[in-house]
Design a protein around this ligand. Structure first.
Ligand SMILES: Nc1ncnc2c1ncn2[C@@H]1O[C@H](COP(=O)(O)OP(=O)(O)OP(=O)(O)O)[C@@H](O)[C@H]1O
Length: 300
């Protein structure tokens, strides 16, 4: 069985508000998946349902083939949420030792230190005296303590500096290579693009796009074909074509905006414009995000 997570027709309503609406998706073992979406899109509700913290109003959830509430499943899930409260009065190495003792086959303390970058100083610090950065490292270590097969992070890198962030994603990639499944929510488009193999893009409680970052970028309908022209050639002829939405000129290059780059290329050659150094830009993930989550536009 290769599925780590399966949601079938999952909806969740709070009084009048439908937070998630008929979600259907599955995530395979070893995948790194980002849940991306604007505020209120349903990311936290979805994660809470997967974790068994919220009961869906309708639908079925299977985690590692079982009900998310089963103890055997819970032991295989590691979680790092935004807000962590740790037992005050205990030093970090004491907390880690305690939490490890709850699991049937925990990771060694040495392993946890290597994976998360915990320092000697972190381990000696009392829980209530941790800095923001230390807290993130400790909660990462706590998430990995039980050697989970499925690891779920809510906005994991908030409050991390750049080197901690790089180290974090390096560890995540190594864990995925070991067959661990990673699901994280983020507001950072760049992070989803860099770190995830797959993005579930949420809007109004629904998934509006599901694919690799490049597949999602390819949903941007507007593309730009740009080229340089031989000095004696004119591009005015292009204005007659309805497929071409906009033409701009910048630093000697012509930029043609269209929903059909293939057609633009055909026109350029057909009109024998003498175009060279032709480039096609599909746009950035930011554009896809804007386009797919904008309230004014129809999606997919
Ligand atoms: N306990 C609750 N009671 C009432 N409405 C709720 C509750 N929890 C969530 N909602 C509503 O459900 C919708 C989805 O919320 P959710 O927290 O899942 O979104 P989100 O994508 O995680 O947002 P954010 O990025 O702001 O954390 C929102 O409109 C929210 O107001």
């Amino acid at each position: 069985m290769n599925e780590a997570i399966r949601l079938t027709n999952v909806s969740k309503s709070f009084q009048q508000k439908t937070a998630v609406n008929h979600l259907n998706f599955s995530i395979n073992k070893g995948e790194i998946v980002a849940i991306l979406g604007p505020n209120g899109a349903g990311k936290t509700t979805t994660i809470s349902i997967i974790l068994g913290l919220l009961k869906p109003s309708t639908g079925d959830i299977h985690i590692l083939g079982q009900d998310p509430k089963n103890k055997t499943v819970r032991e295989k899930i590691g979680v790092m949420m935004q807000e962590v409260s740790m037992m005050p009065g205990l030093k970090i190495h004491e907390i880690l030792t305690l939490i490890r003792s709850y699991y049937p086959s925990p990771r060694s303390l040495k392993d946890l230190i290597e994976l998360t970058g915990l320092t000697e100083q972190d381990l000696k610090t009392q829980a209530e005296k941790l800095s923001g950065g230390q807290k993130r490292r400790v909660s990462f270590a706590l998430a990995l303590a039980g050697n989970p097969d499925l690891i779920i992070f809510d906005e994991p890198t908030v409050g991390m500096d750049i080197s901690s962030r790089n180290r974090f994603w390096q560890t995540i990639r190594a864990l995925a290579k070991q067959g661990k499944t990673i699901l994280f929510s983020t507001h950072y488009l760049q992070e989803a693009d860099d770190a995830a193999q797959r993005i579930l893009l949420f809007k109004d409680g629904k998934i509006v796009a599901d694919g690799t970052p490049s597949e999602i970028k390819s949903k941007i309908t507007n593309q730009t074909v740009s080229f340089s022209l031989d000095s004696d050639m004119s591009f005015e002829k292009l204005y007659q074509y309805p497929e071409i939405q906009q033409i701009t000129r910048n630093n000697g290059r012509i930029y043609v905006n269209s929903t059909n780059a293939d057609k633009v290329l055909a026109i350029i050659f057909q009109e024998k414009l003498g175009a060279h150094d032709i480039q096609i830009e599909r746009g950035k993930l930011e554009d896809a995000f804007e386009q797919l989550t904008s309230t004014n536009k129809e999606v997919i």
